[in-house]
Design a binder for this molecule. Structure first.
Ligand code: NAP
Length: 248
Protein backbone atom coordinates (compact mmCIF):
# COMPACT_ATOMS: atom_id res chain seq x y z
CA UNK A 1 0.00 0.00 0.00
CA UNK A 2 1.23 3.48 -0.87
CA UNK A 3 0.79 5.79 2.13
CA UNK A 4 1.23 8.93 0.03
CA UNK A 5 3.36 10.67 2.66
CA UNK A 6 6.26 11.69 0.41
CA UNK A 7 7.08 15.34 1.01
CA UNK A 8 4.36 15.88 3.62
CA UNK A 9 5.53 18.05 6.51
CA UNK A 10 5.04 16.34 9.87
CA UNK A 11 5.63 17.53 13.42
CA UNK A 12 5.90 14.91 16.16
CA UNK A 13 6.11 16.32 19.68
CA UNK A 14 7.62 14.48 22.66
CA UNK A 15 9.82 12.62 20.22
CA UNK A 16 13.30 12.35 21.72
CA UNK A 17 12.59 8.68 22.51
CA UNK A 18 9.82 6.10 22.90
CA UNK A 19 6.60 6.25 20.91
CA UNK A 20 7.22 9.75 19.55
CA UNK A 21 10.62 8.87 18.13
CA UNK A 22 9.25 5.62 16.69
CA UNK A 23 6.46 7.53 14.92
CA UNK A 24 8.92 10.12 13.60
CA UNK A 25 11.07 7.31 12.20
CA UNK A 26 8.07 5.66 10.55
CA UNK A 27 6.91 8.92 8.92
CA UNK A 28 10.42 9.73 7.73
CA UNK A 29 10.78 6.24 6.25
CA UNK A 30 7.59 6.91 4.26
CA UNK A 31 9.15 10.04 2.78
CA UNK A 32 7.68 12.74 5.04
CA UNK A 33 9.75 15.79 6.03
CA UNK A 34 9.78 15.38 9.78
CA UNK A 35 10.26 17.80 12.65
CA UNK A 36 10.56 16.54 16.20
CA UNK A 37 10.49 18.30 19.55
CA UNK A 38 11.03 17.53 23.18
CA UNK A 39 11.78 19.59 26.29
CA UNK A 40 15.51 19.40 25.57
CA UNK A 41 17.05 20.61 22.31
CA UNK A 42 20.06 18.35 22.91
CA UNK A 43 17.92 15.23 23.33
CA UNK A 44 15.78 16.17 20.31
CA UNK A 45 18.89 16.71 18.19
CA UNK A 46 20.36 13.38 19.28
CA UNK A 47 17.09 11.67 18.36
CA UNK A 48 16.97 13.43 14.98
CA UNK A 49 20.46 12.12 14.29
CA UNK A 50 19.12 8.59 14.87
CA UNK A 51 16.55 9.00 12.08
CA UNK A 52 18.25 7.73 8.89
CA UNK A 53 16.48 10.26 6.66
CA UNK A 54 17.22 13.10 9.11
CA UNK A 55 14.78 15.41 10.88
CA UNK A 56 14.52 19.00 12.05
CA UNK A 57 14.86 19.16 15.84
CA UNK A 58 13.65 21.82 18.23
CA UNK A 59 12.66 22.18 21.88
CA UNK A 60 9.14 22.48 23.23
CA UNK A 61 7.51 21.68 26.56
CA UNK A 62 4.00 20.37 25.85
CA UNK A 63 2.70 22.33 28.86
CA UNK A 64 3.91 25.66 27.49
CA UNK A 65 0.95 27.00 25.53
CA UNK A 66 2.62 30.41 25.12
CA UNK A 67 5.48 28.75 23.19
CA UNK A 68 3.26 27.03 20.61
CA UNK A 69 3.38 29.89 18.04
CA UNK A 70 7.20 29.85 18.22
CA UNK A 71 7.25 26.05 17.74
CA UNK A 72 4.94 26.21 14.72
CA UNK A 73 6.86 29.14 13.20
CA UNK A 74 10.21 27.37 13.60
CA UNK A 75 8.97 24.20 11.92
CA UNK A 76 7.24 26.16 9.16
CA UNK A 77 10.39 28.17 8.46
CA UNK A 78 12.50 25.01 8.37
CA UNK A 79 10.23 22.64 6.43
CA UNK A 80 7.06 24.43 5.30
CA UNK A 81 3.49 24.49 6.65
CA UNK A 82 2.68 21.65 9.05
CA UNK A 83 0.43 19.11 7.31
CA UNK A 84 0.66 16.33 9.91
CA UNK A 85 0.72 16.91 13.67
CA UNK A 86 1.30 14.02 16.05
CA UNK A 87 0.43 15.12 19.58
CA UNK A 88 2.59 13.34 22.11
CA UNK A 89 4.42 14.03 25.37
CA UNK A 90 5.56 12.22 28.46
CA UNK A 91 2.88 10.77 30.71
CA UNK A 92 1.80 12.12 34.12
CA UNK A 93 2.96 10.64 37.45
CA UNK A 94 1.30 7.53 38.82
CA UNK A 95 -1.06 7.85 41.80
CA UNK A 96 0.60 5.08 43.76
CA UNK A 97 -1.47 5.81 46.88
CA UNK A 98 -4.76 5.80 45.00
CA UNK A 99 -6.78 8.21 42.90
CA UNK A 100 -7.72 10.42 45.86
CA UNK A 101 -4.13 10.97 46.98
CA UNK A 102 -3.06 13.55 44.42
CA UNK A 103 -2.45 17.23 45.12
CA UNK A 104 -4.50 19.79 43.20
CA UNK A 105 -1.25 21.05 41.67
CA UNK A 106 -0.63 17.60 40.18
CA UNK A 107 -4.11 17.67 38.64
CA UNK A 108 -3.40 21.14 37.22
CA UNK A 109 -0.02 20.12 35.79
CA UNK A 110 -1.48 17.01 34.17
CA UNK A 111 -4.31 19.10 32.69
CA UNK A 112 -1.75 21.43 31.11
CA UNK A 113 0.35 18.51 29.84
CA UNK A 114 -2.35 16.23 28.50
CA UNK A 115 -5.20 18.53 27.51
CA UNK A 116 -4.50 22.26 27.28
CA UNK A 117 -1.04 22.02 25.70
CA UNK A 118 -2.19 19.49 23.08
CA UNK A 119 -5.28 21.55 22.27
CA UNK A 120 -3.16 24.69 21.86
CA UNK A 121 -1.10 22.92 19.20
CA UNK A 122 -4.23 21.73 17.40
CA UNK A 123 -5.60 25.29 17.41
CA UNK A 124 -2.33 26.55 15.95
CA UNK A 125 -2.06 24.08 13.05
CA UNK A 126 -5.71 23.38 12.21
CA UNK A 127 -6.67 26.64 10.43
CA UNK A 128 -3.82 26.24 7.92
CA UNK A 129 -4.68 22.59 7.33
CA UNK A 130 -8.33 23.50 6.69
CA UNK A 131 -7.39 26.33 4.34
CA UNK A 132 -5.08 24.05 2.33
CA UNK A 133 -7.70 21.29 2.29
CA UNK A 134 -5.50 18.56 3.73
CA UNK A 135 -4.30 17.67 7.21
CA UNK A 136 -3.77 14.84 9.65
CA UNK A 137 -3.82 15.13 13.44
CA UNK A 138 -3.05 12.06 15.53
CA UNK A 139 -3.18 12.18 19.30
CA UNK A 140 -1.17 9.64 21.28
CA UNK A 141 -3.43 8.87 24.20
CA UNK A 142 -3.83 5.72 26.28
CA UNK A 143 -6.04 2.68 26.71
CA UNK A 144 -6.81 3.99 30.21
CA UNK A 145 -9.19 6.45 28.53
CA UNK A 146 -11.42 3.52 27.66
CA UNK A 147 -10.69 1.47 30.78
CA UNK A 148 -9.76 3.88 33.59
CA UNK A 149 -6.96 2.99 35.94
CA UNK A 150 -6.74 4.17 39.53
CA UNK A 151 -2.93 4.42 39.40
CA UNK A 152 -3.10 6.35 36.12
CA UNK A 153 -6.13 8.45 37.04
CA UNK A 154 -4.48 11.67 35.86
CA UNK A 155 -4.05 10.10 32.46
CA UNK A 156 -7.57 8.57 32.33
CA UNK A 157 -9.28 11.79 33.33
CA UNK A 158 -7.49 14.41 31.25
CA UNK A 159 -7.01 12.28 28.15
CA UNK A 160 -10.75 11.52 28.15
CA UNK A 161 -11.35 15.28 28.06
CA UNK A 162 -8.97 15.70 25.13
CA UNK A 163 -10.57 12.78 23.31
CA UNK A 164 -14.00 14.42 23.62
CA UNK A 165 -12.63 17.75 22.36
CA UNK A 166 -10.90 16.08 19.41
CA UNK A 167 -14.09 14.23 18.50
CA UNK A 168 -15.84 17.58 18.09
CA UNK A 169 -12.91 19.11 16.22
CA UNK A 170 -12.84 16.10 13.89
CA UNK A 171 -16.47 16.61 12.94
CA UNK A 172 -15.94 20.34 12.41
CA UNK A 173 -12.99 19.87 10.06
CA UNK A 174 -13.92 16.68 8.17
CA UNK A 175 -15.27 18.55 5.12
CA UNK A 176 -11.96 20.38 4.77
CA UNK A 177 -9.88 17.24 4.23
CA UNK A 178 -8.52 17.17 7.76
CA UNK A 179 -8.73 14.02 9.87
CA UNK A 180 -8.33 13.95 13.64
CA UNK A 181 -7.76 10.58 15.28
CA UNK A 182 -6.48 9.11 18.53
CA UNK A 183 -4.34 6.08 19.28
CA UNK A 184 -4.84 4.23 22.54
CA UNK A 185 -1.63 2.33 23.37
CA UNK A 186 -1.96 -0.53 25.81
CA UNK A 187 1.49 -1.57 27.01
CA UNK A 188 4.21 -0.73 24.50
CA UNK A 189 7.84 -1.47 25.25
CA UNK A 190 9.32 1.94 26.17
CA UNK A 191 11.20 3.50 29.09
CA UNK A 192 7.91 4.75 30.55
CA UNK A 193 6.48 1.25 30.85
CA UNK A 194 9.69 0.09 32.52
CA UNK A 195 9.74 3.13 34.86
CA UNK A 196 6.12 2.52 35.88
CA UNK A 197 6.97 -1.15 36.51
CA UNK A 198 4.07 -2.15 34.25
CA UNK A 199 5.89 -5.01 32.53
CA UNK A 200 5.33 -7.57 35.30
CA UNK A 201 4.58 -11.21 34.42
CA UNK A 202 1.05 -10.74 35.81
CA UNK A 203 0.37 -7.72 33.57
CA UNK A 204 1.79 -9.50 30.54
CA UNK A 205 -0.32 -12.58 31.22
CA UNK A 206 -3.43 -10.36 31.14
CA UNK A 207 -2.67 -9.30 27.55
CA UNK A 208 -4.21 -11.76 25.06
CA UNK A 209 -1.16 -11.36 22.80
CA UNK A 210 0.98 -12.40 25.80
CA UNK A 211 3.60 -9.68 25.34
CA UNK A 212 4.29 -5.96 25.23
CA UNK A 213 3.71 -4.20 21.94
CA UNK A 214 6.69 -2.84 20.07
CA UNK A 215 7.22 0.82 19.27
CA UNK A 216 7.25 -0.12 15.58
CA UNK A 217 3.79 -1.71 15.85
CA UNK A 218 2.35 1.45 17.41
CA UNK A 219 4.20 3.65 14.91
CA UNK A 220 2.80 1.69 11.95
CA UNK A 221 -0.75 2.46 13.12
CA UNK A 222 0.15 6.15 13.50
CA UNK A 223 1.69 6.31 10.02
CA UNK A 224 -1.44 4.73 8.54
CA UNK A 225 -3.71 7.29 10.24
CA UNK A 226 -1.48 10.02 8.75
CA UNK A 227 -1.72 8.52 5.28
CA UNK A 228 -3.69 9.31 2.14
CA UNK A 229 -5.63 5.99 2.23
CA UNK A 230 -6.87 6.86 5.75
CA UNK A 231 -8.74 9.91 4.42
CA UNK A 232 -12.17 8.56 5.45
CA UNK A 233 -11.17 7.70 9.02
CA UNK A 234 -11.74 10.57 11.43
CA UNK A 235 -12.92 11.13 14.99
CA UNK A 236 -11.98 7.61 15.93
CA UNK A 237 -9.90 6.08 18.73
CA UNK A 238 -7.89 2.99 17.84
CA UNK A 239 -6.51 0.71 20.55
CA UNK A 240 -3.08 -0.80 19.90
CA UNK A 241 -3.08 -3.15 22.84
CA UNK A 242 -2.61 -6.80 21.86
CA UNK A 243 -6.29 -7.36 22.69
CA UNK A 244 -5.99 -6.06 26.27
CA UNK A 245 -9.19 -3.97 26.25
CA UNK A 246 -12.06 -5.96 27.65
CA UNK A 247 -14.77 -3.54 26.50
CA UNK A 248 -16.16 -3.72 22.96
N1 NAP B 1 4.42 3.16 26.32
C1 NAP B 1 3.17 2.79 26.58
O1 NAP B 1 2.85 1.61 26.70
C2 NAP B 1 2.09 3.83 26.74
C3 NAP B 1 0.80 3.39 27.04
C4 NAP B 1 -0.20 4.31 27.18
C5 NAP B 1 0.07 5.66 27.02
N2 NAP B 1 1.34 6.06 26.75
C6 NAP B 1 1.60 7.49 26.63
O2 NAP B 1 2.23 7.78 25.41
C7 NAP B 1 3.12 8.88 25.60
C8 NAP B 1 4.52 8.48 25.15
O3 NAP B 1 4.90 7.37 25.92
P1 NAP B 1 6.35 6.74 25.89
O4 NAP B 1 6.18 5.38 26.41
O5 NAP B 1 6.97 6.96 24.57
O6 NAP B 1 7.08 7.62 26.98
P2 NAP B 1 8.65 7.88 27.21
O7 NAP B 1 9.44 6.72 26.74
O8 NAP B 1 8.75 8.32 28.63
O9 NAP B 1 8.97 9.12 26.24
C9 NAP B 1 8.35 10.34 26.48
C10 NAP B 1 8.81 11.37 25.46
O10 NAP B 1 8.11 12.57 25.70
C11 NAP B 1 9.02 13.64 25.95
N3 NAP B 1 8.45 14.50 26.98
C12 NAP B 1 8.26 14.22 28.29
N4 NAP B 1 7.64 15.24 28.89
C13 NAP B 1 7.44 16.19 27.93
C14 NAP B 1 6.86 17.47 27.93
N5 NAP B 1 6.38 18.02 29.05
N6 NAP B 1 6.82 18.16 26.79
C15 NAP B 1 7.34 17.63 25.65
N7 NAP B 1 7.90 16.43 25.58
C16 NAP B 1 7.94 15.71 26.72
C17 NAP B 1 10.32 12.99 26.37
O11 NAP B 1 11.42 13.76 25.96
P3 NAP B 1 12.19 14.85 26.86
O12 NAP B 1 12.45 14.22 28.19
O13 NAP B 1 13.43 15.07 26.04
O14 NAP B 1 11.29 16.04 26.93
C18 NAP B 1 10.28 11.70 25.54
O15 NAP B 1 10.76 11.95 24.24
C19 NAP B 1 3.07 9.23 27.08
O16 NAP B 1 2.16 10.30 27.26
C20 NAP B 1 2.52 7.98 27.71
O17 NAP B 1 1.83 8.25 28.92
C21 NAP B 1 2.36 5.18 26.61
Amino acid sequence: MQLGLTGRVALVTGASKGLGLGIAKALAAEGASVAISSRSLERAQAAAAAIPQGAFATHHDARDVEAVPRLVAEVTDALGPIEIAVLNSGGPPAATDGAGSLAHEQWREAYELLLLGQLALVEAVLPGMRERGWGRIVSISSLVVREPSSVLVLSSAHRAGLLAALKTIASESARDGVTVNTLLPGLIDTDRVRELGSNTPMRLAAIPAGRLGTVEELAAAAAFLCSEPAAYITGTALAVDGGAARSI
